[in-house]
Design a protein around this ligand. Structure first.
Ligand code: NAD
Ligand code: UDP
Ligand code: UDP
Length: 317
């Protein structure tokens, strides 16, 4: 290992994925600078890192320019759960687009590598299944999910234009539904919702008939994918799907959570939100080939760890 530590900037570093990435990159011997405006992120996610002299946190909104000297950027800042990104849709699209421009400008000035946390939402409600990177997607440009979906699509365009126009070294990861400890208990995402509802003995709210599908990736697997992508050869830009190809219906997920928490909670059916994708499964052929990566944590194993986290969180408060 080099004796020079890399200084790595993580935007959105106080969020769910970002805080895990801060830990991982510090453990790997790097210096980490985290930028976050704490819109959905929490101090609690990173408080244990504050005593580490190689860790810094700056409260900042990436919609505004920022000047600093770093060696690499992971751009993760953006609310990610439908409840949060729909709360202030204009702020969401500003973060996705203005935020990307500022981080690309920073990377361009410093001539450094920058990785974008894109999303499976760029495929919208996909008509190709499973989704390969070559699929252009089926996205509503004017719906309630558009601030996020179109914001992330525009960010991908910006990354590739900075790459072509300014020779910037870019990496674009299309992240599929990821779960694990440190998810926000109220962010309304399906895994955290079902676990929280089960632990509190509340009804488990399945939207629609529960036959829509998702493929759930455990956080540790995702971190391996993101760091492999960042360290891949410069000519590999992606976009590359990072997700677990094992697909479940939402009803199957609810039943698994009920079984693992041994809750008495009952499933109730609530209306399906607008534009909710019916199916989602990553084709990870490219990630396997280019990064030698595939997820190894089974849903049951990952759910157990996530349930333990929420149990300990509720004991604390
Ligand atoms: P999260 O909401 O937990 O984290 C996002 C972080 O960004 C938060 O700490 C938030 O405070 C911060 N943030 C938001 N707007 C900001 C701004 N303008 N300036 C500075 N900080 C800002 O979400 P997450 O699940 O950790 O997602 C991280 C990234 O990964 C997001 O870009 C998201 O789109 C992407 N992603 C996540 C998933 C998933 O399943 N979790 C799937 C696909 C893509
Ligand atoms: N930027 C930044 N930090 C930097 C360099 C640039 O925040 O270290 C911002 C800058 O304010 C600009 C954006 O990134 O709005 C895009 O920069 P770029 O150089 O591509 O565009 P220009 O400054 O020419 O508009
Ligand atoms: N969902 C659900 N009950 C909930 C929360 C979500 O049935 O309490 C469904 C939602 O309609 C969607 C799936 O679970 O079909 C995944 O939702 P999430 O918000 O986690 O992620 P996304 O829709 O962005 O994939």
């Amino acid at each position: 290992m080099s004796i020079m530590k890399k200084r790595i900037l993580i935007t959105g570093g106080a969020g769910f994925i970002g805080s895990h990435l801060c830990e991982r990159l510090l453990k790997d011997g790097n210096e980490v600078i985290c930028i976050d405006n704490f819109y959905t992120g929490r101090k609690a996610n990173i408080v244990h890192l504050l005593n580490n002299p190689y860790f810094e946190i700056e409260r900042h909104d990436i919609c505004f320019p920022i000047y600093m000297e770093v060696d690499e950027i992971y751009n993760l800042a953006c609310p990610a759960s439908p409840i949060h990104y729909q709360f202030d849709p204009v702020q969401t699209i500003k973060t996705a687009v203005h935020g990307a421009i500022n981080m690309l400008g920073l990377a361009k000035r410093l001539k450094i590598k920058i990785l974008q946390a894109s999303t499976s939402e760029v495929y919208g409600d996909p008509v190709v299944h499973p989704q390969p990177e070559s699929y252009w997607g089926n996205v509503n440009p004017v719906g309630i999910r558009s601030c996020y979906d179109e914001g992330k699509r525009c960010a991908e365009t910006l990354f590739f234009d900075y790459h072509r126009q300014h020779n910037l070294k870019i990496k674009v990861a299309r992240i599929f539904n990821t779960y694990g400890p440190k998810m926000h208990p109220n962010d309304g995402r399906v895994v955290s919702n079902f676990i929280v509802q089960s632990l509190k003995g509340e009804d488990i709210t399945v939207f629609g008939d529960g036959n829509q599908t998702r493929s759930f990736c455990y956080i540790d697997d995702l971190l391996n994918g993101l760091t492999r992508l960042m360290n891949s050869p410069d000519d590999f830009t992606g976009p590359v799907n990072l997700g677990n190809p094992v697909e479940f219906t939402i009803l199957e997920l609810a039943q698994k959570v009920i079984e693992l928490t041994r809750t008495k909670s009952k499933i109730i059916l609530n209306p399906l939100p607008d534009d909710d994708p019916r199916q989602r499964q990553p084709d990870i052929t490219l990630a396997r080939k280019a990064l030698g990566w595939e997820p190894v944590v089974r849903l049951e194993e990952g759910l157990k760890k996530t349930i333990e986290y929420f149990e300990s969180l509720f004991k604390k408060y």
